[in-house]
Design a binder for this molecule. Structure first.
Ligand code: ARG
Ligand code: ZN
Ligand code: CA
Length: 244
């Protein structure tokens, strides 16, 4: 009755080393983090500044359920953002029914890239889903990207969220309640982080999952972002196939 949509998740693990063949427990830790972050039950939710608590998303209405884990040993040492991991014919693993399942590929190294995602325009296509490097998947020791929030960020893209700075100087993220900001933020900024776009000086929402700050410094989606997520998974939305 609460209108929550439960998304079935297929995790495709492509490993070269034993460490890259992450455990079922590590996979489940990532699912748990996604569920906490998308329902606003994350343990750091109370760090949201009062100014932004007023526009925080609360529960986005999306839940994740681990449906299947596929594992494959590979000789590939360095993956790139060219989707090779998404095809069995290029040493990867084909997606499982991407119209009805959210596919995640966990790979070894991707250089400096932590993860990448497809937007809803790719719904149901062979390459649809999210890729995350193994050491950032779930709770790991890869400080400062050790809390599973790379996946939270990439799943945000999968559910139609743009970077909060709009990928341009004072760019547009198509969300009204996230203040315009000049550029991406990194590390652990201190609130308020003042920024001037179109003559207005105010703090930016650097603690949003769609910025580039450390995992420990991001802990919220906004109400406007929740609206975009819900249109994607609505019964007439581009990702309606994920509904049970
Ligand atoms: N696509 C971004 C990258 O690969 C993900 C950044 C995620 N940020 C984070 N704190 N986990 O750089
Ligand atoms: Zn991103
Ligand atoms: Ca905005």
């Amino acid at each position: 009755p609460d209108g929550t949509v439960e998304i079935p998740v297929v995790v495709n693990v492509l490993y070269r080393t034993a460490a890259e063949n992450i455990s079922d427990a590590q996979i489940q830790s990532q699912i748990n983090t996604l569920n906490a972050d998308f329902s606003a039950t994350n343990s750091d939710i109370n760090k949201i500044p009062t100014e932004f608590a007023a526009v925080a998303a609360g529960n986005t209405g999306v839940k994740f359920r681990l449906a299947q884990v596929n594992r494959k040993s590979t000789t590939v040492r360095n993956w790139r953002t060219n989707d090779a991991m998404k095809k069995t014919s290029s040493k990867g693993l084909d997606a499982t029914d991407p119209t009805h399942y959210f596919n995640i590929w966990v790979v070894g190294e991707m250089g400096s890239v932590l993860g990448y995602a497809t937007f809803p325009e790719s719904a149901g296509l062979w390459n649809d889903g999210v890729v995350i490097a193994a050491k950032y998947f779930g709770n790991t020791s890869a400080v400062p990207y050790n809390l599973g929030r790379t996946a939270t960020h990439e799943v945000g893209h999968y559910l139609n969220l743009r970077h909060i700075w709009g990928d341009a100087n004072c760019g547009n993220d198509l969300v009204a309640d996230t203040p315009t900001q000049t550029t991406a933020n990194y590390g652990k900024p201190t609130y308020p982080l003042l920024n001037t776009c179109s003559g207005v000086q105010r703090s930016v929402m650097f603690m949003n999952y769609m910025d580039y700050v450390d995992d420990a410094a991001m802990f919220m989606f906004s109400g406007g972002q929740k609206t975009r997520i819900q249109s994607v998974i609505a019964s007439a939305g581009p990702r309606a196939g994920l509904r049970i």
